[in-house]
Design a protein around this ligand. Sequence first.
Ligand SMILES: *[C@@H]1O[C@H](CO)[C@@H](O)[C@H](O)[C@H]1NC(C)=O
Length: 170
Amino acid sequence: MRLVSLLAGALALFSCASAFVNPPIYEDLADVDLRRYNDTYYLSTSTMHFSPGAPILRSFDLVNWQYIGHSVPQLAQFGTGYTLPPGQNAYIEGVWASWLIFVPAQNKWFWGGCINFFQTHIFSSAGPDPTSAWTQISVINACYYDSGAFMDDDGTVYVSFKDLGTNTFQ
Ligand SMILES: *[C@@H]1O[C@H](CO)[C@@H](O)[C@H](O)[C@H]1NC(C)=O
């Protein structure tokens, strides 16, 4: 009995998965943005026309992941096609390669990405918990395509992206 609990304790201590089956998640989670804060990994991913969008996944070992929320609560605000009125749809539009970052100075999470290939939308969480309510805080009238966020040592956040110029995917 003691040996079993000792063993269980040791396994809990060394919970990094040494062997696992690929893929760790049998789903199409494209364009991941992966962050590590306080020994916890967070992942944001593209979900195109699916609503809610931009799921947030959490892991402690990069193998076992759980869905804990979404950065984009609903997509109807991005255009009429998202609610499937007769003759319209937003198939493969919506949330593409985006970023997720925690900003200590504001004690909040921020998410941003190009929506519909012509606008960039920024959302933020209500507080430091990424599962708190997310709301849109800003819209930029340009597509920051395949963007990524980076925080400098002084706390300044930079976003890099591909400039689509006049090219569109229409
Ligand atoms: C990391 O831990 C610090 C100290 O407890 C906390 O203030 C901060 O909010 C945590 N960061 C995240 C992203 O959870």
